[in-house]
Design a protein around this ligand. Structure first.
Ligand SMILES: Cc1cc2nc3c(=O)[nH]c(=O)nc-3n(C[C@H](O)[C@H](O)[C@H](O)COP(=O)(O)OP(=O)(O)OC[C@H]3O[C@@H](n4cnc5c(N)ncnc54)[C@H](O)[C@@H]3O)c2cc1C
Length: 346
């Protein structure tokens, strides 16, 4: 276990916000976490407690005058397998993309489209990360947690996890911040069937002269990494947290209203009555793409991404967030909801 008092969080969030935590605790097993939680209850239960991952979906609005937990549980263990599928348990502290590569190298498939998404495996199960037509929740069989309130262990089966677009039960008001995820059990396939339903993937593959029938999982991973690297800023170079806002899901009536003025509005069918409209398109129509507000800016290649141009505080990013929300509301009558988790007050 490692304790860092008055700890700078700059390296613990991809926005690169230089906030401080009263205490950051790194643990590498369930036993260490349970021991710390006992100490916490005895000595510091007046302080707030927050579990973070790699900080790629967090915005620190101020210093955090509490205790931050960080998992370094990193084991990967096969639980069971047959000819077609494998159940594999992965420590919450494993880097998600390392596991994607590990799985492909071991002939376990399903995660390829989620290549290069930053963050840890534990958080992926909180966030239900998704990209290119795949959501991680569909591949999660169960999640093992420890209650931060009383230290009890629980296994949550897939059906209890309430996965939907960027949502899990751990984001519900009643459960938020109450559990440490320790292990995630994935159910992966042993036969590779590429998921190319997302617009554009098939044409990228054709452009590379690769036949769909011969496409390997590793090739698909590399194609996805290539697309992502062109589109998204590297947080090691430019601070950001990926998509800052969720894509709004609206009724068909709202889509028809927008189509009257903007016939080319992109949309993706959610069900017979609803569509998803890309938030990046809405922001771009408001003229924000590439625009800055002080040290915070809207990325010039992808309007859904807000960036730290250097030295921004959480409040600078929040001011830009509010200005963008205001513009979109004025133009389209829609309130964009942040995907990023705001930590601390203003
Ligand atoms: C460049 C870039 C691209 C991105 N692209 C995508 C994308 O394509 N698709 C997508 O879905 N997301 C994307 N993201 C967002 C981000 O990568 C995901 O949300 C990711 O799952 C966050 O993981 P993290 O480890 O950084 O978690 P953090 O941001 O640290 O935390 C996220 C949430 O999980 C909770 N949490 C973390 N670990 C634990 C734990 N062990 N136990 C309990 N709670 C925990 C935190 O309290 C917080 O609520 C992108 C981000 C960046 C910077």
């Amino acid at each position: 276990m490692e304790f860092c008092w008055n700890c700078s969080l700059k390296e613990y969030n991809t926005f690169g916000i230089d906030a401080m935590a009263h205490l950051l605790v790194k643990y590498s097993s369930e036993g260490e976490l349970l021991a710390f939680l006992e100490q916490y209850r005895r000595e510091m239960s007046h302080l707030p407690l927050l579990h973070i991952g790699a900080g790629s979906n967090l915005l620190f609005l101020s210093d955090y005058s509490g205790v931050i937990l960080f998992s370094e549980i990193k084991d990967i263990k096969i639980e069971s397998e047959n000819e077609d599928a494998i159940l594999v348990s992965v420590g919450a502290g494993v880097t998600h993309d390392d596991f994607v590569l590990y799985a492909i190298q071991h002939g376990w498939y399903g995660l390829e489209n989620l290549s290069l998404i930053p963050g840890q495996v534990g958080s992926s199960a909180v966030q239900n990360i998704g990209a290119y037509g795949v959501e991680v929740g569909d591949l999660i069989k169960s999640v093992q947690t420890i209650s931060l309130e009383d230290g009890t262990c629980k296994t949550w089966n897939h059906d209890e996890l309430a996965y939907s677009y960027r949502h899990s039960i751990f984001k519900d008001e009643a459960f938020r911040g109450k559990y440490a995820i320790c292990h995630v059990v994935f159910q992966l396939k042993k036969r590779f069937t590429p998921c190319l339903s997302y617009g554009g993937l098939t044409s990228f593959i054709q452009a590379k002269n690769i036949q769909q029938e011969t496409l390997s999982a590793l090739q698909l991973r590399e194609i996805i990494i290539g697309i992502r690297e062109k589109k998204l800023p590297d947080p090691k170079v430019t601070g950001n947290a990926g998509s800052f806002f969720m894509n709004p899901i609206v009724s068909n009536d709202i889509l028809y209203r927008i189509q009257k003025q903007y016939p080319d509005v992109p949309s993706y069918v959610v069900d017979t009555e609803h569509v998803k409209i890309p938030a990046g398109w809405l922001i771009e129509q408001c003229g924000w793409k590439g625009k800055a507000l002080g040290p915070a800016a809207v990325h010039d290649k992808q309007a859904l991404v807000l960036v730290n141009r250097g030295g921004a505080t959480g409040k600078d990013i929040l001011s830009l967030c509010k200005a963008v929300q205001e513009s979109v509301y004025e133009k389209f009558g829609m309130r964009l909801s942040p995907e990023v988790n705001f930590i601390g007050g203003v």
